[in-house]
Design a protein around this ligand. Sequence first.
Ligand code: ADP
Ligand code: ZN
Ligand code: ZN
Length: 660
Amino acid sequence: MRLVQVALDLPVPRLFDYRLEGAGDPAGRLVKVPFGSSGKPSKIGVVVGEIAHSDQPVERLKTAEPVATLPVLPQEWLELCRFCAQYYHHPLGQVMAFALPPLMRRGKRPREPKPKVGAGKTASPAGYDPTADQQAAIDAIGGATGFATFLLHGVTGSGKTEVYLRAIEAVLAKGGQALMLVPEIALTPQLEGRVRDRFPAARIVAAHSGVSDAARARAFLAALTGEADIVLGTRLAVFMPLPRLGLIVVDEEHDASFKQQEGLRYSARDVAIWRARLRNVPIVLGSATPSLETFYHAMSGRYTLLALPERAFAAAELPTVVTVDTRKQTLQDGLSQELIEALSVRLHRREQSLVFLNRRGYAPVLACPACGWISRCRRCAANLVLHLADRRLRCHHCGLEAPIPRACPDCGNLDIQPFGRGTQRLEERLATLFPDARILRIDRDSADSPKKWQTLLAAIHGGEADILVGTQMLAKGHDFPNLTLVGVVGADAALFAADFRAPERLFAQLMQVGGRCGRHRLPGEVLIQTEYPDHPLYQALIGHDYVSFARQQLDERQAAGFPPFSHQAILRAEAHALDDALAFLKDAVSRAPSLADVTLYDPVPMRLFRLKSRERAQVLIESTSRPRLHAFLDAWLTTLYGFKAPRDLRWHLDVDPAEY
Ligand code: ADP
Ligand code: ZN
Ligand code: ZN
């Protein structure tokens, strides 16, 4: 009989002592344990390690029962979870519960699938030779003898994916496993197909939220036993155990979806880098518009910069980017004369166009000009968006729906009006401007299931659409051979947003959406409608000049003391009443340890201060030293966990926050 510590999925930062029978190292064993008063259902936990003695009387400790049907979780996986628990100041048991596939979290094993074992590890040829720049990148990655972080900075269509595939090929040839992280599910099918075509004999498993529970658990087990050669997935795939890990790739490393915004608020990119260090393997971060944090490290020499400045396909040039000054004209539902003409030219030439507006719905709000009533969500501090396609008002934050009122609910005025515009309104206008054009709208409403999304993509590729109207869903990773024009509408709003990361995101988004056109033989053109044609952000886009944009942004951040020149965490609280949340935070701040070079700001309501009828506030904590920030958080959290807060109050810590 031994004593062990078990991590359980509970919101407390502690482990639980149990007895365990049997021999061998128990660390990583999944166990079923009695918890709480007798009669309560047992819990599944993970043995963290053996202990010599317990603070509790041994005779009172209950016995843990091993889940014999599931393999022991490897040391490396435990260490990864431990790192996340420490770095994100999150209970270890909750980290592990998150990192395990849902089935295994419940102590269950998936049924065995039909065996499908690959014969060899030969790759099929790409059909072309790498360019000199690609070759240099492939050689650099292949030449790494241990941990090294590479930034593969390549314009859209420069052949980054080709570099990943060749680097993976080299790792597989040496008997290693590769982990490839991508931002979106929507992107995965195309990429998955490309990877499978390339490595027909390799076992490739997918891990993202669209995979069934059984398949996810099977993928986890295949990775753990080393049967899987390549793991391809979204942020959650960073927790797949990989005993023969030889390389990690993070594609579109700047993408916001790598950061989880609930529960364990981790950045999969950052965890991946830490993991590569732990396993002493190289990691490649790829992007056309690296995050400023990553670019900064590449500038300072911490990461190795590998540049692909040109498109790989010789005939494909980068698109011409021009601005259209909208101050000098009356727009037709947001469309300038220049854009309308450019669209009609493409229609005549039978080429495809894309009009990009990153706002779905018909109009962001319905309003009464007589009394000032506007459609608001009663559960959130947000407006209800008008959706004419299915005649509803809808909250984009909580999903609340309401019918469209016939008259103003406050004054009875019959003439209530939509204000502003979304993709549905643009689509409507384009249909009247171009009655013969085939127009396809692509946003989360028209592509609300993977199946519909696939159907839409097939229609685009099949040449069944002349004009695409869409949100950022269209911006990512797609290759539409016949697309030669991208019109950007309504981008200015993001120029002056309060969030200091807004320009970085806008630049990335516009580069990405602009990169959709002219990828093949036909040259592409990007028209950006703006009232600020001289803005440095647009000027940098015109010059395809990420580097000068990034340098200028970094200068601003340095002057303001923002990341990467400081490190941040946010303590958030939510309750029924905003005052309760604020009071909790004020109390927390007043009892915070004082540490040089750690700044606490005043508690403030969040920008979206009400969400789903819960009111939210936050405190920003900042330091120029990461170790100091974490030392502070450790000490502070010990106090916070002991706090008596109102029953309905919830709080959490967000390390390296991406939203404010
Ligand atoms: P990225 O990932 O940077 O957007 P991809 O790897 O998808 O770029 O490559 C863009 C296009 O160029 C693809 O159609 C790809 O097949 C092609 N390509 C990549 N490398 C080469 C090369 N060395 N020679 C010719 N075509 C290439
Ligand atoms: Zn009214
Ligand atoms: Zn709402």
